[in-house]
Design a protein around this ligand. Sequence first.
Ligand code: GSH
Length: 197
Amino acid sequence: MITLYHAPQSRSSRIIWLLEELGAPYEIRITSIPRRDGSGGPDPANPHPDKKVPVIVHDGAIVSESIAIAAYLCDAFPQAGLAPKIGAPLRGPYLEWLAYYAGVMEPVMIAGFAGFSDNPAVVSTWRTPRESHARISASLDKHPFILGDAFTAVDVIIGSVGQWMRPALPPGDVVDDYLKRLAERPAAQRAAAKDNG
Ligand SMILES: N[C@@H](CCC(=O)N[C@@H](CS)C(=O)NCC(=O)O)C(=O)O
């Protein structure tokens, strides 16, 4: 059994979606986090080292960080086919997209919120939204999902960002249609129904 510590409408929502796609046995433990409106606060029972979400507990292992959780769960439930297997041609691009999201796309997004996207250190380290939009468009112009013809955990991560904040992804019909396709997935709909606990 997997326990997901979850705060509604946060980065842990995408892990509910992933767990639903995987068909994994799990329970949700609603936890409190500080919210931008001043509500909420850290939950002493939350095992996350920074009292954030998401974090999972699985067979005694505590795993935090959305991307680590996604990779861990896809490997724990390989029969769901949400990650290319080790040795498969798309394994490298799969890991690259996961790392690119955490290591580049999110920092670029946060720099944008914070109003310093054009800081020279930001641009030289991570580039700008233009470059991440170009990568996403290059992929979705060619095939229905980020890695190709098959839906993977990368789509949960990239898609959930678009559902949360549409301008974080490239504008236009190709991405609108992609997000619609993702939102229509039964697992995404089950996850949305469970988001508020
Ligand atoms: N890089 C982390 C970010 C986690 C994160 O910042 N989560 C937010 C919710 S969306 C949080 O728990 N904030 C509470 C706080 O800042 O104390 C991940 O993707 O798992």
